[in-house]
Structure formats: C-alpha cells, structure tokens
Write a protein that binds this ligand. Sequence first.
Ligand SMILES: [Fe+2]
Length: 157
Amino acid sequence: MTIPTTAGTGAEVTPFATVWDHGMHKKHSLAGPLMFPDIALLDASLSLTLPEEATLYPGLDAVSHALESLWNRNCTPISRALALESLKLTVEALPVALRTPADQVAREKMQTASLMSGPAISQTRTAVAHSVSYPLTTHFDVPHGWPAASRCRCCWR
Ligand SMILES: [Fe+2]
C-alpha cells in the first residue's frame, strides 16, 4: 500500500523507485512488476500544509511525466489519454494549490494528476528530459520531484 504525501511523482502507482546518493552524486533506479503497489490510498488532507517547494517540484514532475509520455515513441491511446488528463488537471490545480495551499479541491486534483501521469509513464517510460535531469540533480542540486537535497526536510531551510 502506498499513501502519497506529495502530489506529482506518481510513485504511488508505478513500478519505479529511486534512491539518491547525494554524497556519491548517484541516482539508483529500482523497477519491476513486484514494485507495483496493490493499493494507493489518496488523502488530500495530508498535503494541505505542504510548503511551497514541496508542492511546486512534485507538481512540475507530474507535468514532465505527462509531457514525456505524450511525446514518447511508446505512446498508446491509453497513455495519451492519461497524460492529457493529468496535464489538464495540473494546469488547473497547481497554481491554485500554490496560491492557496489549504484548498482541498486543488490538492485532490493534483493527487489525481499524479495518479494519472504515473500509469502513463509506466507504459511509455520517461524520455530525454528525465535522463538529463538526473545529473543536474546529483551534481547541481536541481530539484526533481522534491526540493533540493541540501534543504532540510524538517524545516525546508
Ligand atoms: Fe520524475
């Protein structure tokens, strides 16, 4: 079972996980059918107090997942529909969630957007933007789906 507390990576419904070793500047990917969660429990109330960065960066990751799925050579009618709906929801809800963090409806839409872009990339995989992003994150601390590694995750400073 997965219970996402941010909205965007889609990890709650994909067979993918990453382990970042920032000291060694390495990103390790884990993938396999056994990693598909049996249940994803979405509760938008868990995200109502997220700081701006923990709302923005996962939300932008959802956008990237949807776009990379759309232009992917493995795109199918189903992955396309999921990605398009994810994009629509993100464009609609991310600005609202950033402006009004406690907006439950916006948070629910962001969770749904994440939930839809996850299966889209599960079918197509990501593309060049994600490949380029990994060294940017490990070497230059550019956020990917999560605020920069050098930031304290307790106080976000
Ligand atoms: Fe990502």
